[in-house]
Design a protein around this ligand. Structure first.
Ligand code: KG4
Ligand code: ZN
Length: 340
């Protein structure tokens, strides 16, 4: 059976990305980022990100096709992230993808970006079993998902009630004077610090009373606890132990994420945990997940960092799953959904 060839387009936040996937193989992958333009503001500025997408869309898509040695006529379908993400950014990618699909007469799939983070692991580890669990963590999302069938049914098992883990790191990083995105700086400093130096609360270890399920996360209290601790030390005129703060924060966040993921695997009888999203580049989380996975008999699939961060390959791979499962393309009037 010949496998589907899909062009995937991504523009949910600060990456304009396109890739071609054939079956389970990555043929080309191009990413342009406006990250440096946001650094001095301490976070992504939607207006700047949207303009950057408008500038990069055509060059990035052309390059992805050229690297694959293809024309648009060679692909079976186009897939584009329809949400969640920044509305102005999504609008650029979705409008561009619609124009391309319409002019080339190709089917178009508007897909969920978070599910793309799950799908992309197939490029490195091959197909995953049905009824598997996934942990997707980034600057915008922290979700535990039950993947019954990637093309048809994915349920949210738990999500963040406030800040995402990456957002929490980025906010603490700003307090410590690191530029955006601060996550990688915290990771680096954490390696030199003592993870038990400061008591950082673990966001929602038990689940709140009356909460729908016990797998939700909360990281805004974690960020506030670190901020108060720093203020207290400054008020006393003590030097701020940056490495120890980073190590204690990283340990707390990595622990709660990996413990809840393993607990969910047990409840859902899943022996595989799919991992993805920009925050899963974090060394402390990667090692904690692999360590607990080994203890609990769970095969933890943490992809290479270039597949964890936002890219077009994740969208194209999910597109392949949808085409090959016979799912109907989206109607051409589908809308973006920033909160999906
Ligand atoms: O998935 P992603 O590229 O974009 C979003 O959809 O948000 O994730 C970016 C997030 C940022 O918050 C960034 O600080 C965080 O991932 N991040 C990290 C590391 N690398 C990226 N956080 C902690 N440790 C890292 N090594
Ligand atoms: Zn993402």
């Amino acid at each position: 059976m010949s496998r589907a060839v899909v062009l995937g387009i991504e523009s949910t936040c600060d990456e304009t990305a396109a890739a071609v996937v054939r079956g389970g193989t990555l043929v080309s992958n191009v990413v342009a980022s406006s990250m440096n333009e946001h650094a001095r503001y301490g976070g992504v500025i939607p207006e700047i990100a949207s303009r950057a997408h408008a500038e990069s869309f055509v060059p990035v898509v052309s390059q992805a096709l050229a690297q694959a040695d293809m024309n648009i006529s060679d692909v079976d379908a186009i897939a584009v992230s329809a949400g969640p993400g920044l509305a102005g950014c999504l609008a650029v990618g979705v409008s561009g993808a619609k124009a391309l699909a319409w002019s080339a007469g190709k089917p178009l799939y508007g897909v969920n970006h978070v599910i793309g983070h799950i799908a992309v692991t197939q490029l490195q580890f091959g197909p995953f079993p049905a009824d598997t669990l996934a942990l997707i963590v980034s600057g915008g999302h922290t979700s535990l998902l039950h993947v019954e069938d990637i093309a048809k049914h994915v349920d949210v098992v738990g999500t963040t009630l406030d800040d995402a883990a990456g957002e929490c790191f980025d906010k603490v990083a700003r307090l410590l004077g690191f530029p955006y995105p601060g996550g990688p700086h915290i990771d680096r400093h954490a390696m030199a610090g003592n993870p038990h130096a400061i008591r950082v609360p673990q966001g929602l270890t038990q689940g709140k009373a009356g909460q729908e399920h016990p797998y939700d996360f909360s990281f805004s209290g974690v960020k506030t606890a670190v901020a108060r601790w720093i203020e207290g030390e400054e008020a006393e005129g003590r030097a701020i132990p940056v490495d120890d703060i980073c190590a204690s924060l990283a340990d707390s966040v990595a622990s709660v994420l990996s413990k809840k993921a393993m607990k969910a695997c047990k409840q859902y009888d899943s022996h595989t945990l799919i991992v993805g999203g920009g925050f899963t580049a974090n060394s402390q989380l990667r090692s904690k997940l692999l360590e607990l996975g080994q203890e609990c008999g769970v095969d933890v699939r943490v992809p290479d960092i270039r597949l964890c961060t936002d890219n077009g390959a994740m969208v194209a791979m999910l597109g392949v799953n949808l085409v090959e499962a016979g799912v109907r393309p989206s109607a051409m009037n589908f809308s973006i959904d920033s909160a999906m």
